[in-house]
Write a protein of this length. Structure first.
Ligand code: HEM
Ligand code: HEM
Length: 222
């Protein structure tokens, strides 16, 4: 087989997005139990990255576009079967299984960050970005402007969750905390599958997908 030229598959944006998301996710994951603002800020950075990747999915370069890799679940299953049993079809961009993994990644990252935001607000704190930016559902529930706010009334309604006043706001748990934790664990599960998928796919296609995600290029065979 003749190893021909290399083609550019991942633009700079996709690569910077990917290799920034990785450490940010783990810093967010590992600081989940800390009381300081780091966890929140890193979480917002993840949300910002994911939001910008979604925009790039509509206006980026060829293989970054969602239209380049969106496919039916049946196509993803066929690819997985081929991976296990025979010779899987080669794709220059994301393969169909990777495509579904990416959609789950993006959707679940948003869920983790928004439920983190809601969990923080439900603890009676102000989850603002620190620059006076606060979103209205939270703004209306509190009386003043410092990190730990006082409730205006005895019972407040936060995005569907009834919270009553308690002595210690930090101990206040909500359904958002539970969903936040579950979705963060699910993210870890997805990452495990992702790494296995990358390893198996690289082996079957005899190509180095990790290197491609660093250099942006793939070897194309004629
Ligand atoms: C050591 C760990 C990791 C390695 C080696 C790795 C490797 C890769 C590779 C090779 C691809 C391209 C896959 C393909 O299309 O077949 C990819 C894509 C992707 N990975 Fe990872 N990854 C890692 C960790 C992560 C983590 C922690 C996340 C999320 C928190 C993540 C999210 C993504 C996403 C969203 C894409 C799609 C990129 C895009 O199109 O923008 N990866 N990864
Ligand atoms: C990728 C982003 C994020 C990840 C991976 C993540 C992960 C985690 C993890 C693993 C925990 C520990 C859960 C436990 O064992 O009790 C946690 C807790 C928490 N996170 Fe996040 N988080 C993210 C984003 C955010 C954001 C953006 C906010 C707020 C704006 C936030 C607010 C919180 C709060 C308030 C808790 C404590 C929940 C409780 O114990 O009730 N997180 N997070």
């Amino acid at each position: 087989m003749n190893k021909n030229n290399q083609i550019r598959v991942w633009d700079l944006f996709v690569r910077v997005f990917h290799w920034s998301l990785l450490p940010l996710f783990f810093v967010a994951y590992l600081t989940g139990e800390e009381k300081g603002p780091l966890h929140r800020y890193v979480g917002y950075a993840v949300l910002g990255l994911v939001a910008s990747r979604i925009v790039w999915g509509f206006c980026g370069t060829r293989h970054a576009l969602f239209s380049d890799f969106i496919c039916s679940p049946a196509k993803a299953l066929t690819y997985l079967k081929e991976l296990v049993t025979g010779k899987p079809t080669h794709y220059a961009g994301h393969n169909p299984a990777a495509a579904w993994m990416i959609f789950f990644f993006l959707a679940n990252s948003i869920l983790v960050c928004l439920t983190g935001y809601a969990a923080y607000a439900a603890k009676g704190k102000n989850p603002s970005l620190g620059f006076g930016i606060t979103f209205s559902i939270v703004e209306s529930a509190y009386a003043d402007d410092d990190g730990k706010r006082e409730h205006k009334g005895k019972r407040e309604h936060h995005g569907g969750n009834l919270e009553s006043d308690r002595e210690d706001d930090d101990d206040r748990d909500s359904v958002w905390s539970d969903i936040h934790e579950m979705s963060a664990q699910f993210m870890l599960f997805l990452i495990g599958l992702h790494i296995i998928g990358v390893a198996v796919s690289s082996r079957k296609h005899n190509e180095n997908l990790v290197r491609s995600m660093i250099t942006g290029n793939k070897d194309m065979y004629l």
